[in-house]
Design a protein around this ligand. Sequence first.
Ligand code: A3P
Length: 296
Amino acid sequence: MARLDVLENFHGILFPGHLHTQESLQRALEFPFQDTDVLIVSYPKSGTTWMQEILTLITSKGDPYLSQTVPNWTRAPWLEQHYCAAVLEASSTTPRVITTHLPHHLLGPTLQGSKAKVIYVSRNPKDVVVSFYHFHKMAKFLPDAGSFPEFLNQFLEGTLTFGSWFDHIKDWTSQTAASDNMLHITYEEMSLDLPGTIKRVSSLLQCPLVEEEVNSCVKHCSFSNMKTNRMVNYTLIPEEIMDHSKGSFMRKGKIGDWKNMFTEEQNRYLRSVLKAKMQGCNLEFVWEEQDEEETQ
Ligand code: A3P
């Protein structure tokens, strides 16, 4: 399945035709969730792969065997991608870990009534857009990124593939706040307190870990270990699909890399769009204070 130049317009949102079809997207909306399922939800480049690794390690009690022998897309397939059903059928793992980038207005109704656990992963939008921009340069199944100012405008307008970051985070987090089965974890929290994050996730999963197991999880999902782990660094993907000479999936793994890309004007503009679009949203962003201080 190449379809590298195809984009699927599904309910007004563009999805890369490589791995997504109208049928696979529609099937996602009819997916029969089981109460034992664990669903990772994120906008792209927010730390999805990191959370997949954390979940594999927690459910393996810190043992890295699975994370070093099975690709992340088989351990935690994307619900909306065409191979998902086949992967889940072939797997006997409990809990099933499933990943999705779908917005809440599409997937929310499917989840309704299910006790599946949801982990929403978010990240500072400035770091998201920078990471996404670099990823567009290597991922041949994504449209040409163009210049950074053009790309940033598309991000702010919500016209990139996977739709609007603002709608995604607003709609999903309005749910996570109200449910015991849902957790909102930020990339920044993972960066600043990885052991704490692992404990929060293991508690949601009711999968208690002893200190030694937590330490092993921390070690194996560090940026340096994931960068060299072929099961998560995407070097298993052939050059025709990802041009590894143009960058690496495990690129920098840092908070605040946006400062190397954004002009002061772009920063001010994003902040004003953020303020307008997030009106009425009670989320407190861990990165906001830090950004504020640095731009004063
Ligand atoms: P950068 O491009 O800023 O480096 P996703 O998995 O949602 O596509 O997100 C990819 C981003 O998460 C990339 O960000 C990648 O480097 C970062 N990432 C993945 N694993 C990480 C880890 N263990 N520690 C820190 N960042 C990680």
